[in-house]
Ligand binder design. Structure first.
Ligand SMILES: Nc1ncnc2c1ncn2[C@@H]1O[C@H](COP(=O)(O)OP(=O)(O)OP(=O)(O)O)[C@@H](O)[C@H]1O
Ligand SMILES: [K+]
Ligand SMILES: [Mg+2]
Length: 679
């Protein structure tokens, strides 16, 4: 898939330059304060600056040589710069994406329609206000976000989605929304502006991507507090070493204290934590998903249940009329005419397809007295009342059945059988009645999206339960549910049923995601922990959700779950690694402190490091270098495999826990040897 959003390499030279400058800016204690671990390192660095100056000008050597103290100071300064760089490069990558988005938001002329006189006037897009109506024809760039109020058009959305295949957008229904910056490829539409100037989708997206509105997620805050706690514990550990050193008659230098302290506190995760969070949102955007908060991405990693629409989500969504079945004793031509009358003003794809299938001349059918009843998901039917007193309705089986029974008519057995046959084959039966008397059934067919089974299987392996929700009848629902391979389904669902189902799941402690595109999905999208709206969907849906999928791909949730899991795992494993890592440094520094006074500690010096000073330097050098070494992992994320939670935990503990303990021993020894060679 090609992406319009710049797919930058991990370390683009111009991004590295920008991040390099930011690394120094971020040394400002007022900025660094938000990161307690690194802030304490900065305090230690400041202390070492004083000690270095003291050894330079006092002539005393009780704190070690000037060169040694200077070296410790410089290494600590680099530790800070490396940590700042990690955050800065993650931010720079986000900014680069914002810039490429901004290019698609350039001023375009808009053909504004005066709604009173019907006159056309060309004005700059920036002068369009909410509620204005504009016209777009073949070749025009859509000047502003809006909803189509008239017409149908093919649109090239590649400017924002990177997807080159044109999409169809039309008035009525759930595919009526257009985004500013995209281009009309054919036909002509009238669009009503839905956003105020400066608040368009692209504007919001840019602000988000630039990180201006990024806030720490609750998880991140919790971890930051935990790390601050660790730091405090090690402050105490280091302070209590002082009397111990005095007792053993071993003066411990300030450099040794500071080095030990910096090595023991979790600097690795402290330095990488915020980069991991930024990279998660960045990865979501690279998958063409705009997230309104980092929290939504994290939640996606922990999902239990996913609710999906049937029509348009699991199926292609162009539900089309394929057959007219008149009831016993009803003339076919009359039946088809009734179907057409009931669909004349039906803006839904279903209604339009009925007119197409019937292929009648509809020119003189409607009179001024004709009253149309639009389809709603609530009533699940639509129709028309004619001046002559004919009242025709078409709709779901149970909806029409109620009308029939109320009018005192029986529901013909053979129509019920027809309905059943259509439904058990995955079709949607629309029953048609006139003044309560059944006229026949229209068969609608939809196609299950290819490849969707494998995707649901993958979600199952990740431990996510999939539930299909549909307004359709239970038979059709069961057929599609089995074919698509979802775990469960809810049929004959009205919009509030979706929301109630989500509530129920949440009350039993589950995290629920919902994908949807229609205005009637908005309450459920808002209720869900992760609400993903299709970019093609209505404005209401997009505002209710906390993510928007630019590709309008309902199976995108799989990627979102993976990105979320990857984010949580990356943070978890790097925390494990960071803490495991500090153990080896302890073995390097503690023997170095006391070796002369307590020869028995020699056995602790398992690395056989050259001298106490070389040991301390090697440990702090390793402590600093591990941060940049892990930046690629923090930005790309730990690879995710759907192998089950416990297997994954075992694997990660082995690699990052045990690896985290062993790696420093080898590296510190190596640095010690190199120092021995060069000094
Ligand atoms: N234009 C229409 N006129 C009359 N009845 C319709 C029309 N469109 C759909 N229906 C009936 O209403 C039912 C509910 O439709 P609705 O759009 O709410 O749900 P759905 O499309 O089946 O499922 P989903 O929630 O996945 O969109 C359909 O199953 C069908 O029987
Ligand atoms: K450390
Ligand atoms: Mg629908």
């Amino acid at each position: 898939m090609s992406k319009a959003i710049a797919t930058t390499r991990l370390f683009e030279p111009h991004l590295v330059r920008a991040a390099f400058r930011q690394s120094f800016v971020k040394l400002n204690p007022r900025i660094l304060f938000r990161n307690p671990v690194m802030f304490t390192v900065e305090a230690g660095t400041a202390v070492m600056l004083f000690v270095t100056l003291y050894t330079a000008f006092s002539g005393h050597t009780d704190q070690g040589s000037f060169g040694y103290n200077l070296a410790v100071f410089i290494i600590l300064l680099f530790t800070l710069l490396f940590a700042n760089f990690a955050e800065a490069i993650a931010e720079a990558r986000g900014k680069a994406q914002a810039d490429s988005l901004r290019k698609t938001r350039e001023e375009t002329p808009a053909r504004w329609i005066d709604t009173f006189s019907g006159e056309l006037k060309t004005i700059p897009s920036s002068q369009l206000n909410k509620g204005d109506v504009f016209l777009c024809e073949t070749g025009d760039v859509i000047p502003m976000d809006g909803e189509i109020i008239e017409g149908i058009a093919t649109i090239d959305e590649s400017a924002i989605t990177g997807e080159s295949a044109p999409v169809i957008r039309e008035s009525g229904g759930d595919k009526s929304s257009v985004t500013g910056g995209t281009k009309v490829l054919s036909d002509r539409i009238k669009v009503k502006v839905t956003t105020a100037p400066g608040e368009s989708f692209l504007d919001k997206m840019i602000a988000l991507v630039e990180g201006a509105s990024r806030q720490k997620t609750p998880n991140e805050i919790a971890l930051t507090i935990l790390l601050a706690g660790f730091t405090l514990v090690f402050v105490l550990v280091c302070v209590t070493l002082k009397p111990f050193g005095d007792y053993a008659n071993t003066p411990i230098t300030i450099a040794a204290f500071v080095a030990l302290f910096v090595c023991l506190i979790p600097t690795t995760i402290g330095g990488l934590l915020s980069a991991i969070g930024i990279a998660g949102m960045d990865r979501a955007l690279r998958a063409n998903v705009v997230t309104k908060s980092g929290k939504a991405v994290e939640t996606a990693g922990d999902l239990d249940t996913l609710l999906l629409d049937k029509t348009g989500t699991i199926t292609i969504g162009n539900r089309k009329a394929t057959h007219f079945y008149p009831a016993m004793g009803i003339d076919k031509a009359l039946f088809v005419e009734a179907c057409v009358l009931a669909s004349l003003a039906d803006e839904t794809p279903e209604g339009k397809s009925i007119l197409e299938l019937a292929n009648l001349d509809t020119g003189s059918m409607a009179t001024r007295e004709t009253r149309f009843v639009a389809f709603s998901a609530e009533t699940r039917c639509s129709g028309v009342d004619l001046a002559s007193g004919r009242s025709i309705r078409k709709g779901a089986f149970d909806a029409i059945k109620t009308i029939t029974e109320r009018a005192g008519h029986a529901f013909p057995q053979e129509t019920a059988t027809e309905v059943k046959t259509i439904a058990s084959n995955g079709g949607t039966p629309l029953v048609v009645c006139e003044n309560g008397k059944i006229l026949g059934v229209i068969e609608l067919q939809d196609i299950i999206k290819p490849g969707i089974q494998e995707r649901f299987q993958r979600l199952r392996k990740m431990g996510v339960k999939t539930v299909m929700v549909t307004g359709d009848n239970p038979l059709t629902a069961r057929f599609i549910a089995e074919k698509a391979g979802v775990d469960d389904f809810i049929a004959e669902a009205r919009p509030e049923d979706k929301m109630n189902y989500i509530r129920q799941e949440q009350q039993s402690g589950k995290l629920v995601a919902m994908m949807g595109d229609g205005t009637n999905d908005a309450p459920a999208l808002a209720q869900a922990d992760v609400g993903i709206a299709m970019n093609s969907g209505t404005q209401a849906a997009k505002e209710a959700g906390n993510m928007v999928d630019l590709d309008n791909d309902p199976t995108k949730l799989i990627e979102i779950v993976e990105i979320g899991k990857q984010l949580l795992m990356t943070r978890g494993t790097l925390t494990t690694f960071s803490i495991a890592n500090d153990i080896a440094k302890y073995f390097a520094i503690v023997p170095a402190l006391f070796i002369t006074a307590i020869p028995a500690l020699k056995s602790l010096n398992i690395m056989q490091l050259k001298s106490p000073q070389s040991a301390i330097l090697s440990a702090v050098i390793f402590n600093a270098l591990i941060i940049p070494a892990l930046i690629p992992l923090a930005l790309r994320g730990v690879a995710y495999k759907p192998i089950g939670a416990s297997a994954l935990l075992r694997r990660n503990l082995l690699i990052y826990g045990l690896g985290g303990v062993l790696l420093p021993f080898a590296c510190i020894k190596l640095i010690d040897i190199l120092l021995g060679l060069f000094l």
